[in-house]
Design a protein around this ligand. Structure first.
Ligand code: ATP
Ligand code: AMO
Length: 434
């Protein structure tokens, strides 16, 4: 496309033009090696005073680390070079000189704090192990899209400036919209539901969600990527099947197409695609098992949300991805349907990684009267949601779906300590730029 060769593709005997960043210059006196790095890897450029043009050697020796250069020369076999080949240059052109003082060391020899890395993400992503995370993230999104296609879904995009929240009032970011109160979207929940009643029937969306989470934690972002599924004519158990398929496909895609990135991250050997069905525990079983671990100071009772330590204790106990089903209706949102034979019991489910929750979902309340009554029970004004509820008067099929946190999927798959590692430019309590 741009007439240059990726460094990793340079073959002995060829004349090539390679372009990239100066990773390192090693001057041994008389002979020097410039290591050039691009997205494909690194290559050695040999500079020899005796046999080469002075100006060429001077340019090569004078260029600061992390400058962008292009080199044209012949490729020679050289067993002592890191990749067994080197380029003997005929010309070197400096395209962009770098300052010699760098805010962080892209060679990774000097560690930097996460905040310094996030402030200088461009330089940070010159490190192989950081770049690998985002190449894997890209593969996850590709595999997830393919998996949704297998399931017969249509990809949709819904608005991110909205009139109402869906997931609890305290986590909303208010904005002004031409003088009117509006919010950043917390979830595509209501819009994806509206689409199952349309001619599309089965949809997915991968898009940003915004949550005004007050606390800084290693697993919450204020802007996250939600992977959403919603389908007509399925119940919550079939939605769980779809969830399992999508999550396993993401792991399979990474195992198949990201071996070198996994090795870079030290996961080459230990990376495992989850096998078998994810166990499905009811909420009641979950609290019993958590109580039995003795990890909590106070025993959980019906109606309690699961505290983080409880989730962790249960995760250790189960040891794989698993579902928690049949939550108490009172702690699930208004759009989740209750079981027909027990209105205290909802069809809501969560899908858990042993370390944390990845997914929430459930069967939806599709009966107009029940939906409106549910709003009132949760202290919400149904009039505000009229744009949504009115479509339930014109033939809204039974439906179910879920939302999966994209960054949490990346984080748990790769064993990252902090969710910020899985986003290029995280938004958190302290961070609005870059
Ligand atoms: P050459 O005959 O290739 O010029 P050399 O063995 O005569 O190399 P020097 O030119 O003095 O030695 O090189 C100094 C150091 O650099 C030595 O440690 C040598 O092993 C190493 N070296 C020389 N050429 C290369 C190369 N192309 N790639 C990697 N290391 C090299
Ligand atoms: P919920 O609010 O549980 O459900 O969100 C679904 C999933 O999104 C991820 N997530 C987050 N990730 C990082 N930072 C955050 N602040 C954050 N908030 C949520 C989690 C979570 O499991 N409308 C429902 C989904 C549905 O029923 O379809 C919803 O939004 O991985």
């Amino acid at each position: 496309m741009n007439g240059r060769t990726y460094t990793a593709d340079a073959e002995p005997g060829e004349t090539v033009t390679v372009a990239g960043w100066v990773h390192e210059v090693r001057d041994l006196g008389g002979i020097a090696f410039l290591i050039l790095r691009d997205k494909s890897g690194k290559i050695q450029i040999k500079l020899e005073e005796d046999s080469m043009d002075d100006e060429l050697v001077e340019t090569g020796l004078g260029v600061a680390r992390e400058s962008v250069i292009t080199v044209t020369g012949s490729v020679k076999e050289e067993p002592r070079a890191p990749t067994d080949v080197e380029v003997v240059p005929e010309s070197i052109e400096v395209l962009a000189e770098s300052d010699t003082e760098l805010p962080l060391d892209p060679s990774g020899k000097v560690d930097a704090e996460l905040s310094t890395r996030l402030d200088n993400r461009t330089l940070d992503l010159r490190k192989e192990e950081v770049k690998a995370i985002f190449e894997i993230r890209s593969e996850i999104l590709r595999s997830v899209r393919d998996a949704f296609r297998d399931l017969g879904c249509t990809e949709i995009n819904t608005p991110k400036i909205v009139a109402t929240g869906t997931e609890g009032g305290t986590e909303l970011f208010p904005i002004t919209y031409f003088g009117e109160e509006a919010f950043m979207n917390q979830s595509p929940q209501l819009f994806k539901q509206l689409m199952v009643g349309s001619g599309l029937e089965r949809v997915f969306e991968i898009g940003p969600i915004f949550r005004a989470e007050e606390h800084n934690t290693p697993r919450h972002l204020n802007e996250a990527t939600s992977i959403d599924f919603e389908s007509a004519f399925v119940d919550h158990t079939e939605a769980m099947d779809a969830c399992e398929h999508v999550v396993k496909s993401a792991y399979e895609g990474v195992a198949e197409n990201c071996q070198s990135q996994l090795e870079t991250l030290g996961l080459g050997e230990e990376f495992e695609v989850p096998e078998g069905e994810f166990p499905r525990l009811t909420y009641e079983e979950a609290i019993e098992r958590i109580n039995a671990t003795g990890e909590l100071d106070e025993q959980l009772v019906w109606g309690d949300d699961l505290p983080t330590e409880g989730e962790r204790a249960l995760g250790d106990d189960v040891g794989s991805h698993y579902f928690i089903t049949d939550w108490p209706s009172e702690i699930k949102p208004f759009y989740i349907k209750d079981h027909d034979d027990d209105e205290q019991l909802s069809t809501g489910f969560d899908m858990m990684h042993p370390r944390m929750e990845l997914v929430s979902g459930g069967q939806r309340e599709h009966r107009y009267d029940h939906l409106v009554a549910g709003f009132e029970q949760q202290g919400l004004d149904p009039d505000q949601f009229e744009y949504y509820t009115k479509m339930f008067k014109y033939g809204m099929p039974p439906h179910a779906g879920w939302g999966l946190g994209g960054e949490r999927l990346v984080m748990t798959m790769l064993g990252l300590d902090n969710i910020r590692e899985a986003v290029l430019f995280p938004r958190d309590r302290q961070r609005l730029s870059p």
